[in-house]
Design a protein around this ligand. Structure first.
Ligand code: PLP
Length: 384
């Protein structure tokens, strides 16, 4: 089916598969942890043990493979389990280039754990191609990690251009595409080797599953075999029920993301006109540094994430978050409910995030309700 239909159709129908035994429209859930061996000690039906292989994974994994245009997808217990599996598949002493602005949990793991484990971790401004030319060293750099748009300043990286630099250096190029989703960007088509998602966010979309994914452009590579071995041996697989929920969430990915993009753009434009907002960070605004690149690299929208800087400073930002009624004060992103978060107080002193910044994850509520609630909170935060 994957060759004939558009991505929207593949997602809505979860590849159009039916359960052959029962005719059930919705794929079954297989809780079995083990699979029957043949009398001759073979495994003719292909499955052995659920840590390596679970048929409930197939729908979500194969659908994501089709949406990303790759050859294979692995489902992990979290986005962090997926991302760290990539780095743990390298060898101590390997040099990796990572963004200066990226999801802070992974950045912390890289500087706190991966460096002690032996990786040489170098932070670079991935939005600056000259800086990337200097950071990526032929013969030395083994992996380049990108996140675009990158949390929570939404910097855009030129995936195709940086892929070319990584190729020349003999390094693997991996993109955390959590915020873009396959609706807006397909990193593998731009040359990346692997695309990673925190499926906790848009892919599942309902704030009720923690999950992560890796999709590879080519499955017959040594790098992918090493990553698969890390997953199987470390055991960071997704739970069966979570995998089933993920295939359900993926079915509505396209309409959710498109609605969220439209609302985010509308809010970005309206918030930029408010006196209490000193800056709106959103790739869809023409004044945003990465706008031209985002317009080229992202198709059909600029994402459902934006950040605002509050003119009154840190205290006014915290007070704004305290005064909202519709927006929920919570971390995470990509769900159907809109979330607001003061990032600096979550990320701690090493964070590059300004203290007056509020991160907004736009859900599926009416744009007017979201705007009125936030504009009211900004006005209240200002008054004594
Ligand atoms: N990558 C990005 C861009 C994220 O926002 C997150 C979580 O916030 C992660 C990775 C980590 O994913 P998880 O929380 O599913 O482990």
């Amino acid at each position: 089916m994957a060759e004939h239909f558009q991505p929207e159709t593949l997602a809505a129908t979860a590849l159009g598969r039916e359960d052959e035994t029962t005719g059930a429209l919705i794929p079954p859930l297989y809780p079995s942890t083990t699979f029957v061996r043949d009398a001759d000690l073979g495994y003719g039906r292909g499955r052995v043990y659920a840590r390596a292989d679970n048929p409930t994974f197939d729908t979500a994994a194969d659908l994501l493979t089709a949406l990303e245009g790759g050859e294979q997808t692995l489902l992990f217990a979290s986005g962090m389990a997926a991302a760290t599996a990539v780095f743990l598949s390298l060898a101590p002493g390997d040099h990796v280039v990572i963004p200066k602005v990226m999801y802070w949990g992974l950045r912390s793991w890289l500087y706190d754990f991966a460096t002690r484990w032996g990786l040489e971790v170098e932070g670079a401004d991935t939005a600056d191609l000259d800086a990337m030319r200097t950071a990526i060293q032929p013969g030395r750099t083994k992996l380049v990690w990108l996140e675009s748009p990158a949390n929570p300043l939404w910097n855009i990286s030129d995936i195709a251009a940086i892929t070319a630099l990584a190729r020349h250096a003999g390094a693997l190029l991996v993109v955390d595409s959590t915020v873009a989703t396959p609706v807006l960007t397909r990193p593998l088509a731009l040359g990346a080797d692997i695309v990673m998602h925190s499926a906790t966010k848009y892919l599942n979309g309902h704030s009720d599953v923690v999950a992560g994914t890796l999709t590879t452009a080519r499955k017959d590579t040594e790098a992918w075999a090493r990553i698969k071995a890390v997953q199987n041996q470390n055991g960071g697989i997704l739970g069966t029920f979570e995998a089933w929920l993920l295939q359900r969430g993926l079915r509505t990915l396209f309409p959710r993301v498109r609605w969220q993009c439209a609302t985010a753009l509308d809010l970005a434009q309206r918030l930029a006109a408010l006196p209490q907002v000193s800056e709106v960070l959103y790739p869809g605004l023409p004044g945003f540094a990465g706008h031209a690149l985002a317009a080229r690299q992202m198709q059909g929208g600029f994402g459902g994430m934006l950040s605002i800087r509050v003119a009154g400073g840190e205290q006014a930002a915290i007070a704004t978050a305290a005064h909202v009624r519709l927006w929920k004060r919570a971390t995470s992103l990509g769900g159907v409910e809109s979330l607001i978060e003061h990032r600096a107080s979550i990320e701690g002193p090493s964070s590059p995030v300004p203290p007056d910044l509020l991160r907004l994850s736009v859900g599926l509520e009416a744009a007017d309700d979201l705007f009125n609630d936030l504009a009211g909170a900004l006005a209240q935060a200002r008054s004594p």
